[in-house]
Design a binder for this molecule. Structure first.
Ligand SMILES: Cc1cc2nc3c(=O)[nH]c(=O)nc-3n(C[C@H](O)[C@H](O)[C@H](O)COP(=O)(O)O)c2cc1C
Length: 192
C-alpha cells in the first residue's frame, strides 16, 4: 500500500491545480528557444500552478479547467494567421474548434522582441486572444503598454496589451516581476 502512494502518475493522468479560492487552472505554452517556457515558469511559480507544453495536453484536460493561462512566442513575422511558429498554429485551428471553452477565464501571454520586430511585437499573443475570445471564453489580464518601446503589435486593443507581454531578448530582467504582478492582477479579476 505504501509503495502505491509513491508510484508515478499513470499515463494520461490529468495535471491540474486548484488555487486557494478553489479555481482550477493551468498554464499552457509553446516555445522554440525556451523563452516562453521561462516566462510560463515564472507564472506557474507565482500562481502555484502546473505548466505544460500544449503539444502534450489532452483535450479533456482543458475542458475540466476553470481558467486557462496560454502563452506563445512569435516567429512568423507579419503573418495574419499561424503567427506563432509553434504547435499553437495547429492547435488553435484544428483542436480548439472541438473544445468547449465558453465561459472559461482565459489569460494570454507571450514573448517577442520589441527592438528587432518593433512593428510586430508579440503578434501571436493577439491571435491567441482573438481565437479564444471568438470561441466564447471570458478574456482577462489586459496590461498597460508603459515600459515598452515597440511601434506596433497585433496584441493591442484599445491602447492596451491583451495580456502579459515579455521580452526575453531586451528586458529579460523585468519578466519575473511582470509575471508576479500579472498573477496578482488575475487573482483580483477572479480568474485565480
Ligand atoms: C526569424 C525570427 C522571427 C521573429 N519574429 C518576431 C516577430 O514577428 N515579433 C516578435 O515580437 N518577435 C519575433 N521574434 C523574436 C522571438 O519571438 C523572441 O525571441 C521570443 O522570445 C522567442 O520565444 P521562444 O524562445 O519561446 O520561442 C523573431 C525571432 C526570429 C529569430
Amino acid at each position: 500500500a505504501h509503495a502505491f502512494a509513491f508510484a508515478p502518475s499513470p499515463p494520461g493522468f490529468v495535471v491540474r491545480s486548484s488555487t486557494a479560492l478553489g479555481v482550477s487552472a493551468g498554464v499552457f505554452y509553446t516555445t522554440q528557444t525556451g523563452n516562453t517556457e521561462t516566462v510560463a515558469g515564472y507564472i506557474a511559480e507565482a500562481a502555484d500552478l502546473e505548466m505544460e507544453d500544449i503539444a502534450d495536453v489532452e483535450d479533456d484536460e482543458i475542458e475540466e479547467l476553470d481558467t486557462l493561462i496560454v502563452g506563445a512566442p512569435t516567429w512568423h513575422t507579419g503573418a495574419e494567421t499561424e503567427r506563432s511558429g509553434t504547435e499553437w498554429d495547429t492547435w488553435l485551428y484544428e483542436t480548439l474548434p472541438d473544445i468547449d471553452v465558453k465561459g472559461k477565464n482565459v489569460a494570454v501571454f507571450g514573448c517577442g522582441d520589441q527592438m528587432s520586430y518593433s512593428d510586430n511585437f508579440a503578434d501571436a499573443v493577439g491571435e491567441l486572444y482573438d481565437l479564444f475570445e471568438a470561441a466564447g471564453a471570458n478574456m482577462v489580464g489586459a496590461t498597460s503598454t508603459d515600459g515598452y518601446e515597440h511601434s506596433d503589435s497585433k496584441a493591442m486593443r484599445d491602447g492596451k496589451f491583451v495580456g502579459l507581454l515579455c521580452d526575453e531578448d531586451n528586458q529579460y530582467d523585468l519578466s519575473e516581476e511582470r509575471a508576479k504582478s500579472w498573477v496578482e492582477q488575475l487573482k483580483s479579476e477572479g480568474a485565480l
